[in-house]
Write a protein that binds this ligand. Sequence first.
Ligand SMILES: [Zn+2]
Length: 65
Amino acid sequence: MRFPRVREEDGRMLQGECELCGGDIAAGQEYYLINGQVICEDCLAAYARQYFAAHLCRGGEDTWR
Ligand SMILES: [Zn+2]
């Protein structure tokens, strides 16, 4: 991981950081771990859009798939 995390001595994560917006993710806050990347809830839509960008199609152009 390329960002520092604050951990308890027993290895529990106290605070993390979203890899898209850089926002703090506090203990108890939910987040997504996708392919090893930490993504906060607010960034999930942006991440998904980026992830599936190659699958974006436009109606009426060429043929429907
Ligand atoms: Zn985020």
